[in-house]
Write a protein of this length. Structure first.
Length: 243
């Protein structure tokens, strides 16, 4: 069993996540997202599953080199239209200079029936986590299925004293305010964030980031563009000529 240890200031409790074997700790962290969404064009949609209404996050650590975490994404495109990935943004709370053991990988995969990554990567790029910043990757309109997984492989090959820290939202009550789960979003919300273990010992189904109240979501985002096929576009133009 993979055990996740929970610490919140003066209270410590041990939680076990199913089918998992790596010990993680988490600590509370305040969060204020002041970014503007002005860049989100009308022809695209921003997909964001997290909710930080109470202003608190959980920060999860430690991670081993090669550990994988991911988010299951359903696109916003209607039936009959393809989906193209324009951008992903992943929030981290630590990192280091490129070449010093922190440069990991972010990849796009198909999702199987258990919401696990399957097959070969649809696309892959290096990712350098920053400190309390979103690591942004542009995908240039990468075609993706209606359901896919954003998968990060963490790199901590040199064992730094300030390794990669992974934030999630904070479903349980923080030092201030009520519990977010059941107040800001329903208790039966579908979970989309998982720890999958290393590729050498994959965990499927993945382990949820559960804080004892609800499953917490990674602070990850995706920008999707809906694409009409060339055939549909051409046929529509032909029909318009005879109206």
């Amino acid at each position: 069993m993979r055990k996740f240890f929970v610490t919140t200031f003066v209270l410590a409790a041990t939680l076990c996540l199913a089918t998992s074997s790596m010990a993680l700790e988490k600590r509370g962290q305040t969060f204020d997202d002041s970014r503007s969404d002005d860049w989100n064009a009308a022809a695209s949609c921003l997909i964001r599953y997290y909710n930080t209404c109470t202003g608190w996050l959980w920060i999860w650590s430690p991670w081993n080199d090669g550990d994988r975490i991911g988010q299951v994404v359903n696109t916003c495109c209607p039936s009959g239209q393809g989906s193209a990935l324009l951008q992903t943004a992943l929030l981290h709370y630590s990192g280091g200079p490129a070449g010093y053991g922190f440069t990991g990988t972010v990849a796009i995969y198909n999702a199987d029936a258990n919401n696990c990554p399957t097959g070969a990567a649809i696309g892959s790029q290096p990712i350098l986590p920053g400190n309390a910043t979103f690591s942004v990757n542009a995908w240039g309109g990468l075609p993706v299925p209606n359901k896919f997984i954003i998968l990060e492989t963490i790199s901590d090959a040199l064992g730094f004293s300030t390794p990669v820290l992974v934030p999630t939202e904070h479903p349980a009550a923080g030092p201030t305010g009520p519990a977010a789960c059941g107040t800001c979003y329903p208790t039966n919300r579908v979970n989309r964030s998982f720890a999958y273990g290393p590729a050498s010992a994959p965990v499927c189904p993945g382990s949820a980031f559960n804080d004892g109240v609800c499953d917490a979501q990674l602070l990850w985002e995706a920008v999707i563009s809906c694409v009409v096929s060339v055939e549909e576009t051409s046929w529509g133009s032909i029909k318009n000529l005879y109206r």
